[in-house]
Design a protein around this ligand. Sequence first.
Ligand code: SF4
Length: 220
Amino acid sequence: MSVASGRGTRLRLSEIFASIQGESTRVGLPTVFVRLTGCPLRCVWCDTEYAFSGGETRALDDILGMVASFGLRHVCVTGGEPLAQKGCLALLEALCDAGYSVSLETSGALDIAPVDPRVARIVDLKAPGSGEEGRNRGENIGHLRAGDEIKIVLADEADYLWARTQIAAHRLAERCEVLLSPVAGRLVPAELAEWIVRDRLPVRFQLQLHKVLWADARGR
Ligand code: SF4
């Protein structure tokens, strides 16, 4: 969809705020977060259940205006599952056209192919402990580019061993950056760090920096 045809687009917006990027290789960067409402998945450890419903419907141009008001260069479109809204593609394109450095956080369950190529796609690969392993869209792996990132959130050692197998089987680290994160309160971060070093896994360990800074405060 071109921006010209997408300008009449309306999206269901859960929240929009400025914060420090807590994940991905962009960690630490001041970023505007555009959180869209809705998600077709139900990961057992989901920390944004409040975004499953509610929010308000806003025109694409209004959202662009709100983003501009923060005066930041980096924008992260997240959810929920932002790609569940058709208008998300037009929003991403419009943000790129406006000159922002744009990232998208997506569950990996929906097609990432139509996303504007200027967007850095942070794509989840759901491990068994999420309860949503069956929703992984295998075709997405073939669409990954060097600027994208695969994120695997791990609840326990079984999830880690599963991730290790997936990384080898699909040569994920040769396609893009691979991020491994522990589920907060479920897997001791130091244990995951030790397994990664022990196995010489070609990944990046990450903790959710925003939780270190602000715990689970909403809008952070
Ligand atoms: S895909 Fe993301 S927003 Fe949806 S249930 Fe899973 S963790 Fe929550």
